[in-house]
Write a protein that binds this ligand. Structure first.
Ligand code: NAP
Ligand code: HSE
Length: 433
């Protein structure tokens, strides 16, 4: 039987999961590919480190050269993370004739064009199912199953760590720090968890989806991203009172030839399917012009869900499917089609607005005047009594607005921030209805 040789870069959370599947499910993999999938080399930084998988002797190396020069390695799975070093490694491996599987969204979001160009030049393929939504097969769905459609909207929970933290804060009253530490312990978070909680990881994934669904090269600095780090548990509580749940969403809207993208905490009605997504789970709501609404759901982070997607790509490489897909899709080939990025400030939305203000006559009137100046109409307003832990007569004021342009709303928030009776920073989030 033909042997198909595999190299791994990285044997951390994801890499050790991939190694386990390759070593423990050989029969299943042979049945699916008609080949003997053989793990030949595992590249790591520290060969002495204890691994979550028992590797056969002689596999571990610290030299990329050992993967490049082994003629029996056909494909390398890059599961190291980071950007600069993996970029160079992937380019060298493509030139050495190896196909690439990667879970590295940071790498693709920043260097997808260069890497895919190199892949085409050297006649190799790159597969990346694990780079977006972990174990949820969203790349295959978009590139194959929904190929008859023009996608018109994406609304997605793409960062398992943030969703895990928000779930812990809202359901168990967990302090933010404790929930983050638990996400790190469970292997959901990036090596630098700032990327999870500041919205960068979700933005990298949204940039990949924008490329696949709309043919648009969206640089990370070309659209707005906000994370969950600044969400105050009081806003989770007020949102719940109003019948909403706060989720970190990655969203894309196509109108005509204009595409708007953003990553932001958003208030969702508590019965919205995305509001019910808990813990490290991801969900992607896609709207296609032919199919209508579709919803994809599953574990978006963690060792084995991610390893499941990586090994699926390795199987696709072994049977030749990945080469066909790579050739036919021509991803990252310049800005495909005629779709242009539109500033997210032009998007219209309802908003949640929370302020702490002095409790004295005229305050509400002035706030309403500022909102009216920007044509923003109020749908509901709640003024709670003074909080026990706030000194003096300071009260929280929560306003829900009618639909307004994001630019107008932000200008109003800037004006409100200058009002003399305002205390602490203003919290505001879009509301999805
Ligand atoms: P991790 O646990 O930190 O593991 C990284 C591995 O890469 C380690 O084994 C490390 O070696 C090795 N490595 C890093 N830099 C290296 C270098 N310069 N040379 C050789 N080896 C190097 O990371 P992870 O969570 O598995 O994530 C890996 C990739 O998968 C990242 O791109 C991440 O974004 C992506 N991803 C992760 C998840 C998840 O849930 N964790 C889900 C989807 C995608 P040592 O062990 O010797 O230090
Ligand atoms: N850190 C990422 C997350 C891993 O929490 O979603 C999956 O890409």
């Amino acid at each position: 039987m033909e042997t198909y040789g595999i190299g791994l870069i990285g044997c951390g959370t994801v890499g050790s999961g991939v190694a386990r599947i390759l070593l423990e499910h050989t029969e299943r993999l042979t049945a699916r590919t008609g080949k003997k999938l053989q793990l030949r080399r595992v590249l790591v930084r520290d060969p002495a480190k204890r691994r979550q998988v028992e590797l056969p002797p002689g596999l571990v190396t610290t030299r990329l050269e050992d993967l490049k020069t082994d003629p029996n390695i056909q494909v390398v799975a890059e599961l190291a993370g980071g950007v600069d070093w993996p970029r160079r490694a992937v380019l060298e491996l493509l030139e050495a004739g190896k196909d690439i599987v990667t879970a590295n969204k940071a790498l693709l979001a920043e260097h997808g064009a260069e890497l895919f160009d190199a892949g085409r030049r050297f006649g190799r393929a790159i597969a990346f199912e694990a780079s977006v939504a972990g174990g949820v097969p969203i790349i295959t769905a978009l590139t194959q199953s929904l190929a008859a459609n023009q996608i018109t909207a994406v609304q997605a929970i793409l960062n398992g760590t943030s969703n895990f933290i928000l779930t812990g804060m809202s359901e168990e009253n967990l302090p933010y720090r404790d929930a983050l530490a638990e996400a790190q312990r469970l292997g959901y978070a990036e090596a630098d968890p700032t990327l999870d909680v500041d919205g960068t990881d979700a933005a990298q994934k949204l940039a990949i989806l924008a490329q696949i669904a709309f043919g648009v090269n969206a640089r990370l600095d070309s659209f707005e991203r906000r994370g969950i780090a600044e969400i105050d548990s009081i806003d989770i509580q007020y949102a719940r009172e109003l019948g909403y749940t706060i989720k970190l969403l990655a969203e894309a809207w196509l109108s005509g030839r204009k595409l708007a993208l953003h990553v932001s905490p958003v208030l969702l009605r508590k019965h919205d399917p995305l509001a019910l997504v808990r813990g490290p789970y991801n969900a992607i709501h896609l709207v296609g012009d032919v199919v209508g609404d579709t919803l994809f759901y599953g574990r978006g982070a963690g060792q084995m869900p991610t390893a499941s997607a990586v090994v699926a790509d390795l199987i696709d490489m072994a049977v030749g499917r990945a080469h066909n897909t790579f050739r036919s899709l021509r991803l990252w080939c310049g800005n495909g089609g005629n779709i242009e990025l539109q500033p997210s400030s032009t998007v219209r939305s309802r908003f949640y607005l929370r302020m702490f203000v002095e409790d004295r006559p005229g305050v509400l009137a002035q706030i309403c005047t500022v909102l009216a100046n920007y044509r923003i109409s109020i749908t509901s307003l709640i003024q709670h009594e003074a909080l026990e832990d706030h000194e003096g007569d300071i009260v929280p004021l929560v306003i829900m607005t009618h639909t307004a342009s994001t630019a107008d709303f932000r200008a109003a928030v800037a004006d409100l921030a200058d009002l003399p009776f305002l205390r602490e920073t203003i919290a505001y989030y879009p509301v999805a209805d």
